[in-house]
Structure formats: structure tokens, C-alpha cells
Design a protein around this ligand. Sequence first.
Ligand code: AHR
Length: 629
Amino acid sequence: TLALDRSRTGPDISDSMYGIFYEDINRAADGGLYAELVQNRSFEYAPADNRAYTPMTAWAPVADGGATGSAQVVDDAGRLNERNRNYLRLRLDGGTGRYGVANSGYSKGISVRKGASYEFTVWARTDQRSGTALSVGLRDDAGRALADARRVTVRGDRWAKYTARFTATADSTTGRLSVLAEGGGTVGLDMVSLFPRDTYKNRPNGLRKDLAEKIAALKPGFLRFPGGCLVNTGSHQAYETPDLERRRSYQWKDTVGPVEQRPTNANFWGYNQSYGLGYYEYFQFAEDLGAAPVPVVPALVTGCGENKATDDPALLKRHVQDTLDLIEFANGPASSPWGGVRARMGHPEPFGLKQLAVGNEENLPDAFFARFTVFREAIEAKYPDIEVISNSGPDDSGPVFDRAWQLNRDAKVSMVDEHYYNSPQWFLENNDRYDSYDRKGPKVFLGEYASLDNRFRNALSEASFMTGLERNADVVKLASYAPLLAHTDATQWRPDMIWFDNERSWGSASYEVQKLFMNNTGDRVVPSRASTTPAVSGPITGAVGLSTWATSAAYDDVRVTGADGRTLLSDDFSGGDGQWAKASQKGSWRVEDGAYVQSDATAEDTLVTAGDPAWQNYDLQLKATKKAG
Ligand code: AHR
């Protein structure tokens, strides 16, 4: 029995309580949400990003018709600009045929869909007075043409941008983009790019539509970005090049302006980030989603496996100024310096920034708080309407957590970002976590949380926990599951909310839970009390059938587990080798003393080729018969 207590008024629940946390992890940006199909388009990949990288990563020289030449990445005075320093120099020997390079995209290759349109762009220059003809082609890894080749003539020894459009004549998952030059002399190429023309909301330099639409379907109230560990800490390998300060943390100013003028950088997660998806695009995406933007800026104290605090007053001053400039970029008039940058990028109106977080998961609470205070005072002095969010470190409890909370409480910080990744059991047992939080203390931004797997019971435990968040909506003001996106060929962290490869994307069970809560946010909590957890008396038996699709790239097995942790249905996908497979099971079950007991389960697997991407729905049917007594 559920008794509603009408004598008390529960807290209001904000429409923006549930949102998303976007971080470029698991190739969420380049090779993911950012729709660019060419990997290493500006030849900037470097061992400082990842030891396996070279400036030619994802590129290979190609020749036809007996042509010879050389393809070399150079950084010299002929560069496109100071921030995009490398470019490709093609030297052509002048015989017949064509010589150039091909790009294999991300993972297995560029995904091309028959009938779809693609836009190719390149910055190029030539030392040939009569110009140099480029032949631009799309082929699969076996050399089969995927579109009619396009011809682009480069004229002049100054950098200029050239464009061509393709319509694909065949499907492929292994596409290669080739750029071949005719004749002799030297040709420079940079920012070699290929985008699907059909991006989310048709924005140029836009987002991959299926992923952006899945995110939009959540109806998130806010967008926290761009990280995560990515914010405070550059690539671990980048510490080997200490002169490159910018490599040590995320610098928002590197990510705005014309894409060809944005430098690339090492990403904490071990790959190069192009910054093509940068702060303008994040703000734009938030606006398109109807979500409040919540950027996170580095606090000059690392976390995420490293505990270092930067003791350089000039650097701190610069970062504080960068943060003030960021607010001007978001909200300032077009006549202001940074508001002008935003306006020139196409958005004269302000983006309406109201909140901003300083730092992420710092493990040194005192060092963090000292720097946080400098940021907070400077922001509040110039922009008193901006809410500055602090954090409680990397854990859900313990000495760092307690110390961070004490500092935040004492300084009357308005909101504290908490993070935790725990077992389903933890989430079930901690439904009351926020019942005892101080109603007069800082509010909570639960910026990252997940039950540690992508199984159904994880999603169920998150749903259960979220009822506790909602019940405490007067304390918990914002909450976002993490991470949001994962490429199946580049998974560094699981669980994740939305999975994808180059062709497809699908939401996890946790995605469905998030969607359910975000699309059905209440207005106000009605205090209530349940008389008891629904009980089962006597054994109940029934039949159960389950079919599901899975791939071993993401899952070892598929399992449905009873509330007591015992397996109800399971199937082993370890032989699937990345193939999509359908597993079906039928069985009977009993519930005895409230616990599931499995018996007579039979399994039937049908391997389906990756060529059959259609999603199908299967109902899980439980038929229960209550025995006498
Ligand atoms: O969400 C993945 C990582 O988990 C984030 O980068 C970090 O903040 C946390 O430790």
C-alpha cells in the first residue's frame, strides 16, 4: 500500500535536473559525434599524443598509372598557419599517372552509404604555374569505386580552400578517401576533410546525426562538457614534453575560430583530439538540445591517477583570465572581443551561460580549493550571476571527500560536483544517500555516476537510485550518467550510455532508464510511504522466453539476473567475434521465498551477419501461476 502524505509539501523538481555529461572518451568526439570522416586530417598526429602515432597515421601513399613521387609531412615556413603547423608535401616526378595519398578514416574504414552525399574540402597550394589537377576518389579497401571521382584544380602557391561533393554509388564499411595529383612539381595539402552532408540540424562542421538524435531523444536539461579527466589532465605522455604547457590541460581558446586555425592536442584518453568539435560547437549543441550549457574548466590541479598542483602564479592568472574570457565568449555582446569571436562564428546572440564548474575530481582537496577560490572570486566579481560549481574529488566517501565537502561547506559554495561508479548493490543500498544531506549546505551536482556494467540489472539499480535523487530534489539539483558514448572499437571505459560503431548506434538499458526519467520529470515530490516491499508468498512457477541481439565486441555474454543475483537466463557471446548475434532462450522458473530459481533453460543461438543491422523488438514474457497456498 502506498500512502500519500498530503499534509507535507515535497520539493519541486526542476525540468533541468537530469542532463548529460559529454566527454571525448572512447572516441566520443573524433571518430564519433564529430561527423568528420577523415582521421588525422591536418597531419598533426604526434608521438606525444600516443606513442604509436606518426604524422602519417591513417594515411598511405598511393600511385596509379606508373606515377612516382614522395609524400612527406613537413613543418616549415610554408605552413597553413602558426597553430596548424604540419602539412603534407607531395613531390611529383612528372611522368604519367597520378600520385598522392589515401586516408582510411577511423577504425576499419570510412563508412559510406549508397545514395548519401559527402562534402570534401582541402586546403592546398601548388608551385605549378598552370595549376595542379587533383583527382579525389572514394574506394573501398579492395579498390572498388564507391563514388564517381571528382576533379579539383589547385591554382597558385598560396593556401586556398577547395571543395567537391560526392554521392555514393555503393555501401561500404571500409571506405578510403584518395587525393591524387597529376603532373610534376610540389603540391601542399592540409585539412583534408570529408563530411556527410546530412549532419544533425544540417550544421556545417556538424555532428553525426544518429548519435546526436539519440542524445536529443533524451531531452537533457543540461550538457556538462568537455570532461572529465580530459579537462584537468593532458595526455600522460605529454608530460614528457613539459615545454608544451597547453598539452597538459584543455584550453578552450584552442577550440574556437575557423577549424583550420585550431591546433590539435593530446587527449588524456590516449589519442589526438582535433578540436573540430570545440566550445562553439558544444554551446551550439546545448542550444539545439534545449539544454543548459555547463562547461568545466581546469583548476590547475590534476586528478585521475595523478596528484600534481601547478604552483605558477602567472599560469593561474592566465587560466582565470581565460575563464572570464570564456564567459564573455558565451554571453558577451558581439561588440566585445570574445563575444565578437562567437558572433563571427555565426552566433551573435549570447548562449545564455549560467553555470560553470572549476575542476574535476581533484585528489588534493586543499590545493584544489586554494585555486578554486581564486577562480570563484574573480568570476563572482565580474559576473555575479554565474554560479561557480566546485567538486568533492573522485570518491563517494572517505577522507578526501569529507575534506572537500568541509571546505565547500565552510566557504558556502553553492553547488558541489560528486562522482561515483559503483556496483548495482551499492546503488540499491544507497537510495537514501541524500536523505540526510544538510538542507542548508551546498547543493549537489551528481556530475558522473553509473552502476558498473551495462546489464539490465545495472540499469534497474540506477533507476531505483534515481528515485532517491528525485525524492531529494531540494538537494540534488543536477544529475548525469557517465560516460555518454563509446565506440565499440575504441572502448576505454565501460559501462557507457550509448554505443556505436562507424555505421550504427544503440542505447544501453541505462540509456532507456535515463530517457524514461528525463522525458517524464515530475513537477514536485509527493511525500509517500509504502507499507512494505511487495512480497511473494509460496512458490510461483512460470515460463520465460528472451531474445536479444548482442555483439561480443561489447558484451561477453547476455544475462538476465534475478533480484538475488542468481542468473535467470544467460548466453555466451564470446565466439561472436564482433558479429551481431541473436540469442534466444526459453525456460521455466520458480520463485521460492522471494528468490528466482532457474530450471530447464534451453538455449538457441542464431548467428546473423553484420549485414543485417535492423533492430527488432522482443518482448520478455513472464507468465506466473500462483499455486494454492
Ligand atoms: O567518465 C569517465 C571518467 O570518470 C571521467 O573522465 C572522470 O571524471 C571519472 O573518473
